[in-house]
Every structure is written in structure tokens, then in C-alpha cells.
Design a protein around this ligand. Structure first.
Ligand code: IVH
Length: 709
């Protein structure tokens, strides 16, 4: 029987439309639960599943008479696949209640519930909690007997799981034998997951296999599915090739083992009735299990809120996916008092972050032309709220990607938006494709100017060959020149540039400076005041700096930082335009690609003409003596600025460092010379500390730039 079809007995009881709807929901959830738990091949994102699940839960509460014992809401997982042996969990594997309320509320509600159940008085001090990450992987239980790993089981339905020992043994992070000072018999629980970089590398290998003609190979949708697939492999040889990681977060003793514990041992391991969860984590770490460094012991609801905010800010920088945080009552004795309700302990709660994946439909596939002529296929989407914002477009990157994912107009797709990264289409929900839209093909001509689109050997991108004759490239070039980090023409937005180019008023950059009030006032929706403001901004932009001007020209591969280096090295514009390849290669950080790109640009008479005309229009900057290479005290050093400094603005601090020859970067790595940290410094400071990169305050920075010879 098709899993989507309701069972006959359900149909029989479904004369009422609400009951029918409930039956339909159960059928859908059963189907998707099977895809997810048994086949490791979910076709809808978790949030969508959760939504269906909650809707059914709500209806079941309202209509207990139409509940059925086999509803997916009545159990916590799917049935184990036939090929794995079943394992009875000696202690049931619980799930955690999810707090759906917003940050502050959620933590306070949980704290209030716990305090009430523990009969705390208002005057009692705040309770201690351990706040942890909610890892987005799959739960596993590891049994050790006589210090040896004897069994590893998945959670399954919480009471019965699957024996996956053969695969788990292949994971290097999981100890096969515990040190002698650990208890001989215990059960450790934690999360198997895949790091993001491991996931990317795995998918790259999979793509290569597929390209080489391998059948039965596929790429994975996300790290969790890849991890779940690996753990539930029948062949441990294959599992061993999948890079899995593990974090331990819970410990259980079996009664026999517990009875044998001497009081001294129990206290030592933090397992006595007066012990804490924090001690459990410390003991697990001591016995060789990976324990997340992010777990923190905090006080009261306020401590939980602070943790939540701190982790939300770090989420995208973590090397693995999390879907929220977990709060746990620290004292084991208090946990025992609180107990559990319906498979969920009352002493723990999960607080989820906004989902980073959602479902939506593809309305159209556009091809956009970038500043350098790059053609990018972009899916136009029915608006959807994901990762905290409403998304209407998602990139398909290039032709190969679009075809590999086989995205077509009308398709239902999974969209992902993580952090500040541009939204992307992850995959198509093929089973929802009911129409036959044609496969996407990249146009062979620029959709804007009809010039030939070329894909160079070894490149993934097609480029419009029209150059600045292409209105799309022209518009992008103008917007780039007007950017805040280039010559900065405030108020010159996309809509205005569109009109200026389409009306033929601006063809090249110098045309901007020939615009008069009457031209601007005639534009669509341009009031007199706005026209004056824009004229003023254009005028103001004439007073610029050499790096800003150079960056603004939009030369391929010449970013802000290269522009600064070039300006410092050569001192003036003419020297840059006339520099030979060899001279360019003398510049710190300039390699053959950048050098060639500069030469190509300035070898074209029309580009030199643009520079000459801009100067003739009054665009100016101050020039300086050439600095040459490596004669500045901090040349070759990289600094990162984070947080609020007491006196200097971030720009001032950056300027001081750059004047001394240092580079200022946006993110911390092992190569960072030092981090300058002010108040409220967050993840960058933490990363510096973790990597052992030196940290300076403002006073240290002043000393550094002043004491350099
Ligand atoms: S503790 C009593 N801690 O969340 C609760 N679970 O919904 C037992 N999970 O299946 C689990 N990170 O896979 C705990 N730091 C963490 C966790 C965590 C992720 C998962 C786990 C479990 C699910 C519960």
C-alpha cells in the first residue's frame, strides 16, 4: 500500500471532515517518518514535518475521540529496519520538550516551572543550570562492559533501537576501551554528527564518483542526513569512509554496576545523589569522550538567556550544525525530583533557533548579469520566511549546479539560508513535481544585451562578452563606483541607475558628473528635493581617495584591500596605470592573476580615457610618495578589530594599523598576528583565545603603532 494513502479503517471513521483531515495527517506523517527514520532520505525539511506533527497534536487534543493508538504522535521515532538487530534500551531514550516561545520568555517559563516543582521560595537563590548546544545529528547509546565498548544502539522509538555497533566502532572519536579509573560498566549517550567541512568534502567526493559514472551514489542534503545514512549503513566498510564525529552528553549506570560503586568512587565521578550534570560532563571528558567545549554552568533564567544569545551569535561560525540550545537542571538530585512526563524529562528543555531550511515553490528561473558579466541563474521563489528573513530569490550558482539539482519552474524546493550567506536552493522535492517543465539551460547569449555568452575552459561560469556595452554590466559598474566603499555617491540607488542608463543619460562613469538638475528632476518619482540631494552627493563624491577611486573602477580581482596596497605602494594613479607586469608583481599580495588583470584593464585605451575624463570632471584625491614594499613597520602583519574601543572608532583603529603597513582582516585565523578587542567583543575574541592568537586592547594598539620605528 502506498504510504501516503490512509488505512481503510481510518477512512471508515472519517465521515467527518476534521476526522478525515486527521487521518490524512497521520498518513502523511507516517510516510515522512518512514522516509526520514527508516530510509534516511527525507523529502521535506524538519520544520515542515514539525508543523504537520503539531497540527495533528492540536487536533488530537481538541478531538480525543478521533485519536488512534498508532498515531505518529504516540511514539518517538520510526521502526528499525529489518537488517539491524533490535536492542532494548535499559533506560528509555527520552526526547526533550521544545520551548517554542521567544528567547527570554522561554527561559523564564522553564525556570519558573522548575522552581515551582522544586517548591523554591521566591527568596531562594537562582537555580544552577547547564546550558548546552543542541547538536543536529542523531542520538546514540554506547554500552561499556568491563571497560570495553560492547554495543552501540540508535534511539529508535526510545524503547527499542537498532544495533549499529559495527559502524560506531569505525568512529575514531569513540573510545573502544575506557581507562582503568573509569567505572567498568556504564552507558554513555550522545550525538553522532558530521562536521560541515567533512560534509562538504564528502559531497565533493560523491560528485566525483557520480561524474566518473558510478551508479547508486548520491550527494547528501545536509550533514545530519549524511551522518544518519552512515550510521545506518549495513556495510561497515562504507560507514568507515564517512567522516563522523561524536559529542557525549549523558551517562547512565545500570543497577548492578551502581550497587558496586564505592561511595568514594561515586563522589569522585560526580555520580552521587548530590552530584551535578556538570560533573558528569567533566567525568565523560576525563574518560576520553569528546564533550563540547561550549557547555556552560549558568545561574537562573538570566544565565540561560545570555547563553542563548551568545550561541545564536556564534551559530554560523561553529564547525558543525546545531538547531538550538538545551537547558538542563544541574543538580542530579533535583533532576530526580522533577522526573519526567510522557517521555520527556521535566528537568530539561530545548530552545530552538529559527529554521535555516524551508519549503517553497519556484516561480521562475532568471539569469542575472553581474558586474564582471558573470551570468548567474537565480530561482524566483514564492516568498518564504527562513533563517529569520523573507526570501524571494535563491541563487543556483551556475549551470552545472542548476542542472545537478535539476530545478525547474513550478517545483517545490528546499531553500536554505544560514547566517549572512545568500539563500540557496538545496534540493527539489521530486515527489511534488506534478508537471513537466523543461530542464533548465543556460542561455548562450546575454539575456540583457544579446552578446555571446562564453564559458571559458575550466571555468564554471558563463560570462556576457558585451563588457560595458552591456547595459546590465554598465549598471552594475556604476553602482559599484558609487558604492560607499568606493567614491560614495549617497542616494544613487539601483532604481535611479536603471533609469539613467535606460534613458541613455549615463553611458560611462564620467557621464555621472555631467548630469544637471533638469535631467534628474525628470526621472520617475524624483522630487525636487531628492534631485538636489543627489546632485549634491555626486558633487561631494569628487573629493575622494586614491584607494577608493581605484577600487571604484571595478577592475577584476582588485578588491578594497588590493586597491589600498597598490595606492600605498605606487603613491599615485599614473604610476599604477603605467606599471609593468614585473613592477606590479613587486607589490605585496599581488600575484600573476591580479597583475595581469590590472595590465589588461589599463592597456585598453577606453579605460584610460574614463580615468582622464573623471579627472577632467573634477574627481580628485591626494597622492603621496611611493612607499614601496615592506618598508613599513607592520608590513606583512594581519590584525582583526572586534568590539567597541573606548576612544577610537573602528575606522580610526583600522587606519592607524594600515598606515603602519598592517592588513586589517574580518575574521580570525591562525595567521592573524593579533586581535584588537574592545567592549562586547564576541566570537572573534573567543576564536582568538581558542587559537592562541594574542589579544590587544586600545592602549596596546596605540603602543604598537607608536613604538614602531
Ligand atoms: S540530552 C533527557 N543533550 O535531542 C534528554 N540531547 O529531543 C536526553 N540532542 O534525541 C537528551 N543535543 O539526539 C541532549 N546537548 C544535548 C543534545 C541532545 C542534541 C538531541 C538528542 C535527542 C534529542 C532530544
Amino acid at each position: 500500500m502506498d504510504a501516503m494513502t490512509p488505512a481503510p479503517e481510518e477512512l471508515a471513521s472519517a465521515a467527518n471532515p476534521v476526522a478525515a483531515h486527521m487521518a490524512e495527517l497521520r498518513a502523511q506523517l507516517r510516510h515522512h517518518g518512514h522516509m526520514y527514520h527508516v530510509l534516511d532520505a527525507p523529502t521535506i525539511p524538519d520544520v515542515e514535518y514539525d508543523r504537520l506533527f503539531r497540527e495533528l497534536q492540536r487536533l488530537e487534543q481538541a478531538h480525543p475521540e478521533w485519536c488512534s493508538a498508532d498515531s505518529p504522535t504516540q511514539r518517538v521515532g520510526g521502526a528499525p529496519v529489518q537488517a539491524f538487530a533490535s536492542v532494548a534500551h535499559q533506560v528509555p531514550m527520552l526526547s526533550i520538550q521544545t520551548e517554542t516561545d521567544n528567547t527570554e520568555q522561554g527561559a523564564h517559563l522553564f525556570d519558573q516551572r522548575v522552581r515551582k516543582q522544586l517548591q523554591c521560595l521566591e527568596t531562594d537563590p537562582p537555580l544552577e543550570y547547564v546550558a548546552e548546544l543542541k547538536f543536529d545529528g542523531l542520538a546514540i547509546s554506547l554500552r561499556y562492559v568491563q571497560h570495553v565498548l560492547v554495543q552501540a544502539a540508535t534511539r529508535g522509538d526510545g524503547a527499542w533501537g537498532e544495533d549499529v555497533t559495527h559502524n560506531i566502532r569505525t568512529i575514531g572519536q569513540i573510545p573502544l576501551r575506557l581507562p582503568a579509573h573509569a567505572p567498568a560498566e556504564l552507558e554513555v549517550r550522545g550525538e553522532i554528527y558530521m562536521r560541515r567541512d567533512d560534509f562538504e568534502a564528502l559531497n565533493e567526493r560523491q560528485r566525483q564518483k557520480i561524474a566518473a559514472g558510478a551508479k547508486n551514489e548520491k550527494t547528501f542534503v545536509n550533514p545530519r542526513n549524511a551522518a544518519a545514512g552512515a550510521v545506518r549503513q549495513l556495510d561497515p566498510q562504507i560507514a568507515a569512509q564517512r567522516p563522523l564525529s561524536f559529542f557525549a552528553y549523558a551517562l547512565h549506570f545500570h543497577p548492578t554496576a551502581q550497587e558496586n560503586l564505592s561511595p568514594v568512587q561515586a563522589t569522585l565521578w560526580g555520580l552521587d545523589p548530590y552530584g551535578t550534570h556538570a560533573q558528569v560532563l567533566a567525568a565523560l571528558k576525563d574518560w576520553g569522550f569528546p564533550v563540547s567545549a561550549q557547555a556552560q554552568t549558568v545561574n537562573g533564567a538570566q544565565g540561560l538567556v545570555a547563553f542563548h544569545q551568545q550561541i545564536a551569535a556564534q551559530r554560523d561560525q561553529l564547525p558543525f550544525d546545531i538547531d538550538g540550545v538545551v537547558y538542563k537542571v544541574n543538580a542530579i538530585a533535583a533532576q530526580a525530583v522533577l522526573g519526567m512526563v510522557s517521555r520527556e524529562p521535566r528537568w530539561a528543555v530545548a530552545h530552538k533557533f529559527p529554521a535555516q531550511e524551508e519549503l517553497t515553490t519556484v516561480l521562475d528561473i532568471d539569469v542575472q548579469v553581474g558586474r564582471t558579466g558573470k551570468l548567474t541563474p537565480v530561482a524566483k521563489l514564492a516568498p518564504v520566511f527562513v533563517g529569520g528573513v523573507t526570501v524571494t530569490h535563491a541563487t543556483l550558482h551556475n549551470e552545472d549546479e542548476a542542472r545537478r539539482k535539476d530545478v525547474r519552474v513550478g517545483d517545490t524546493v528546499v531553500v536554505r539560508r544560514a547566517g549572512d550567506v545568500i539563500p540557496e536552493v538545496v534540493s527539489v522535492v521530486l515527489e511534488k513535481r506534478s508537471h513537466v517543465a523543461p530542464e533548465f539551460t543556460m542561455p548562450r547569449a546575454c539575456p540583457v544585451c544579446d552578446s555571446v555568452a562564453v564559458r571559458e575552459e575550466g571555468e564554471a561560469d558563463y560570462r556576457c562578452s558585451g563588457g560595458l556595452f552591456c547595459p546590465a554590466q554598465k549598471k552594475q559598474a556604476i553602482l559599484h563606483f558609487a558604492h560607499r566603499r568606493a567614491v560614495e555617491i549617497e542616494d544613487l540607488g539601483e532604481k535611479i541607475v536603471d533609469q539613467l542608463v535606460d534613458a541613455g543619460l549615463v553611458n560611462t562613469l564620467p557621464d555621472l558628473y555631467k548630469l544637471g538638475f533638469s535631467h534628474l528632476a525628470a526621472l520617475d518619482r524624483m522630487a525636487e528635493k531628492s534631485a538636489n540631494n543627489l546632485l549634491h552627493s555626486i558633487h561631494k563624491s569628487k573629493d575622494t581617495t586614491l584607494p577608493k577611486f581605484l577600487f571604484g573602477l571595478g577592475i577584476r580581482h582588485v578588491g578594497e584591500s588590493t586597491a589600498k596596497t597598490l595606492a600605498r605602494h605606487f603613491g599615485g594613479m599614473d604610476a599604477i596605470m603605467d606599471a609593468s607586469l614585473d613592477q606590479l608583481l613587486q607589490v605585496a599580495d599581488v600575484g600573476p592573476v591580479v597583475a595581469q588583470s590590472l595590465r589588461t584593464f589599463f592597456d585598453q585605451a577606453h579605460n584610460r580615457e574614463v580615468v582622464a575624463q573623471l579627472r577632467a570632471c573634477g574627481v580628485h584625491w591626494s597622492e603621496s610618495e611611493p612607499q614601496g614594499r615592506l618598508d613599513l613597520p607592520l608590513a606583512g602583519h594581519t590584525y582583526v578589530i572586534t568590539g567597541t574601543l573606548p576612544n577610537l572608532s573602528r575606522e580610526q583603529a583600522q587606519a592607524l594599523l594600515e598606515q603602519a603597513g598592517a592588513k586589517v582582516a574580518g575574521s580570525v585565523s591562525k595567521k592573524t598576528t593579533a586581535v584588537v578587542a574592545g567592549e562586547a567583543a564576541g566570537s572573534k575574541l573567543e576564536k582568538a583565545l581558542a587559537l592562541g592568537v594574542p589579544v590587544l586592547d586600545e592602549a596596546g594598539l596605540m603602543l604598537l603603532v607608536q613604538t614602531q620605528p
